[in-house]
Design a protein around this ligand. Structure first.
Ligand SMILES: O=C(O)CCC(=O)C(=O)O
Ligand SMILES: [Fe+2]
Length: 463
């Protein structure tokens, strides 16, 4: 796959900004929110209610003041400044149909601060951990461990059961082949990218599906308890199965795994309540016109971030309609989210996303590089504090979030009316567990050529 010329350069504005927020060079110091101003639209009016301020993110940044003011791990809270005027000028407020306030933070990108109530945040976090991690949904761990079907439950009861790595179950010959393949792949977590203008059609994706070798079981994985594995969990896949090695969905299965209905309902309500004509008022783009009627999320990635985890800048390009809204939900700890343009050379806007915030990326915004360089330690809202009334599952959810952030992002892979050219059965992972119920109800027929001109690119991401 061709690489973008700037992909590994540490010198692009995007990479420099990522580096700034990732930095943990000075002990107890948090990266400055002043030298690179952040857009902080979901902050509470009163700083006493603001976890970001309480955790010391607005503290002094120069090393001398830090040394003077910080004893042990105690953080100086500093003074919370007014919202950054320069950044505020670059955003526009819109009113949603349900009365909520949204902000157009970049072309096609809308941030809805605090859309979810504390109880909705808790419920969705619990679903993400308890239900979305159930089979047949693939997990980041599935390729490496012989997973029990109820990982979260085993974690909640503190089960001593030891879960085996897949590598240990291979024959000597298979182990050797896995090691060679690992070597060839250059390790497990390298970034691969395609040029933004590379267009891949449905048939190409199917061909990619046929040659996909899947993820190689890691030789470094050891025996783990469910509790230990939950800390290593990075993502769960909903709907169409994303193949990280080819950066495309597996379309050899006739249907996706059914997408959770309450989540689909939530995302559809959000898309329906956005005043799209307002959002696109300065644009000739008219792709938004049907979204209120025909947006139906069928696929999603649930990201589980531990405090030190990051997600490198990328563009999600594997969906067949490249402009449909992607609805992204933040839960648990706040994060710095970088929102750039279609090139890494432009300076991205750092946004603070808090628990309950929704970010929608659509149209030109779907081509924007974005990433998560920092989970903001100390920023978990108080409603995530375990209480004696909690069920075991809620208690475990809240405990998990003490060191974590969850992001759920929902996408629509197939636009309405897309007719698949003869799905080709082939040897594919997960095929045996996929439900046959249909979620696709084409309303009108769109030819493959039409679809190709609507274009799709193979996505960049982690392999
Ligand atoms: O965690 C987030 O807010 C963003 C996740 C993301 O960009 C993705 O999963 O593609
Ligand atoms: Fe993304």
């Amino acid at each position: 796959m061709p690489s973008l010329p700037d992909i590994d350069s540490p010198h692009t504005a995007f990479r420099r900004t990522e580096k700034h927020f990732k930095s943990r060079v000075v002990k107890y110091a948090l990266p400055s929110l002043r030298t690179l101003p952040v857009l902080d639209l979901s902050r509470p009016d009163d700083h006493e209610d603001d976890e970001v301020w309480k955790a010391g993110w607005w503290g002094p940044q120069d090393v001398d003041s830090l040394q003077r003011l910080r004893k042990g791990k105690e953080r100086e809270r500093g003074e919370r400044p007014d919202l950054d005027v320069g950044l505020l000028k670059s955003v526009r407020q819109v009113t949603l149909e349900d009365g909520d306030v949204g902000w157009v933070v970049a072309p096609g990108c809308i941030l809805i601060p605090q859309y979810l109530s504390p109880s909705q945040q808790l419920q969705l976090s619990q679903s993400a951990l308890e239900q979305y991690t159930l089979p047949p949904n693939p997990l980041s761990l599935s390729a490496h461990y012989v997973l029990p079907p109820n990982l979260f439950h085993l974690h909640s009861i503190d089960s001593p059961l030891l879960i085996k790595p897949i590598y240990s179950t291979l024959s000597e010959e298979e182990k050797e082949r896995a090691l060679i393949a690992q070597e060839r792949a250059g390790g497990n977590r390298t970034m691969v990218d395609t040029k933004p203008e590379v267009v891949v059609d449905f048939e190409d994706v199917l061909e990619g599906n046929r040659i996909n070798e899947g993820i190689i079981p890691s030789s470094k994985a050891g025996l783990r308890t469910a509790k230990e594995l939950m800390k290593e969990l990075r993502w769960a896949n909903l709907g169409w199965v994303y193949q990280w090695s080819t950066k495309s969905y597996d379309f050899t299965n006739p249907e996706p795994i059914p997408f959770p209905t309450p989540l689909a309902q939530l995302c559809t309500n959000i898309v329906k309540s956005i005043p799209w004509s307002e959002v696109y008022k300065d644009s000739k783009d008219i792709s938004w016109k049907s979204w209120k009627e025909d947006y139906v999320p069928d696929t999603g990635i649930v990201n589980f971030y531990q405090l030190k985890d990051t997600l490198m800048g990328h563009v999600d390009r594997a969906e067949l309609d490249p402009s449909r809204p992607l609805v992204s939900i933040s839960l648990g700890h706040s994060t710095i989210f970088l929102l750039g343009s279609s090139t890494r050379n432009d300076q991205p806007i750092p946004l603070i996303l808090r628990s309950g915030d929704i970010l929608i990326m659509s149209g030109p915004g779907r081509k924007a590089y974005h990433g998560v360089p920092r989970i903001m330690e100390g920023t978990l809202p108080s409603h995530f504090t375990p209480s004696s009334d909690d069920s075991l599952s809620m208690k475990t959810t809240k405990e998990f979030l003490q060191t974590a952030r969850i992001n759920i992002n929902a996408r629509q892979v197939f636009p309405p009316g897309f007719v698949r050219p003869n799905p080709t059965p082939s040897p594919v992972v997960h095929s045996e567990s996929i439900s046959t119920s249909s979620t696709l109800t084409p309303t009108s027929s769109v030819s493959i050529n039409d679809m190709i001109t609507r274009c799709m690119n193979v996505s960049s991401y982690w392999s």
